[in-house]
Design a protein around this ligand. Structure first.
Ligand code: APR
Length: 259
């Protein structure tokens, strides 16, 4: 168990520069500064009365498929109005500077990909994608019919669903295996914007620690990970990540810089 120290980006610049195999684990907090409510923030307006932990489940979809479909359609539509923030772009800069890099995200908003992240695993899926609830194949086009049913798969007629991982569901096996392998091999893990409450993602920093990696937590609030991390940056990721990149590589332009 390490005694984590509150730190600052300049103090961690050498840690990042010296790292050869970096894994970054992100959660909803890295999208907060883009205006995307964190997972445990209630969506506003008519959705405020629904608890995401009650809607994002297979049983809710079985009971009220159109309500679950519409809740995700509302979040998908809202994503068209937001942009990646400087925290997303700073992670692209790190990816382009570090030879062996993997971004492991719990987010389903697609903002890392839009910012330019390429070496990435989406542990919980992606809201922009829709799949057949029976065959699991991705469906590119659909029309939400009037009435109380979601759109149906054009191939088999089963309901379509968002391509995200619901509570009570397992994670995509290949994505999780890739994330766990990277956690076991890395020498630095940066954990940004996650409450570190949901397994198996929340176990990745512990795997990295056990494998001898340093762990940096970036979060304005304390989490169960804070006592395990070697260093803590108590700040919003949209500030801390660009500051960390600028301190480590003063010549890096925001958003990347050549490898
Ligand atoms: N910068 C960094 N962290 C932030 C910021 C910010 N600007 N704003 C909020 N946070 C932190 C919060 O303090 C909290 O610890 O981001 C975290 C968001 O936590 P959650 O809302 O629980 O989101 P997340 O950790 O991604 O949830 C994990 O659980 O609910 C399931 O599948 C869902 O992917 C989700 C997973």
């Amino acid at each position: 168990m390490s005694i984590s120290t509150a730190s600052t980006p300049p103090a961690l610049a050498a840690v990042l520069r010296a790292a050869r195999r970096v894994v970054v684990l992100t959660g909803a907090g890295v999208s907060a500064e883009s205006g995307v409510p964190t997972f445990r923030d209630a969506l506003g307006g008519l959705w405020a009365r629904y608890d995401p932990l009650e809607i994002a489940t297979p049983s809710a979809f079985a009971r009220q498929p159109r309500l679950v479909w519409d809740w995700y359609a509302e979040r998908r539509d809202a994503l068209r109005l937001v942009e990646p923030n400087s925290g997303h772009r700073a992670l692209v800069a790190i990816e382009r500077r570090v030879g062996d890099f993997l971004l492991v995200t719990q987010n389903v908003d697609g903002l890392h990909a839009r910012a330019g992240s390429r070496s990435m695993v989406e542990l919980h899926g992606n809201l922009a994608r829709v799949r057949c609830s029976l065959e699991d194949r991705i469906v590119d086009r659909w029309d939400a019919p009037p009435g109380d049913e979601p759109p149906r798969c054009p191939h088999c007629g089963a309901f379509l669903r968002p391509d995200v991982v619901w509570f009570e569901e397992g994670l995509p096996a290949e994505a999780l295996a890739r994330a766990e392998d990277a956690a076991d091999r890395c020498d630095l893990m940066i954990v940004a914007g996650t409450s570190a409450e949901v397994l198996p993602a929340a176990a990745l920093p512990l795997r990295a620690k056990r494998a001898g990696a340093r762990v940096i937590e970036i979060n304005p609030d304390a989490t169960p990970l804070s006592a395990v991390a070697d260093h803590v940056l108590r700040a919003p990721s949209g500030e801390a990540l660009p500051s960390l990149v600028a301190a480590a590589w003063p010549d890096a332009s925001e958003g990347g810089g050549a490898k």
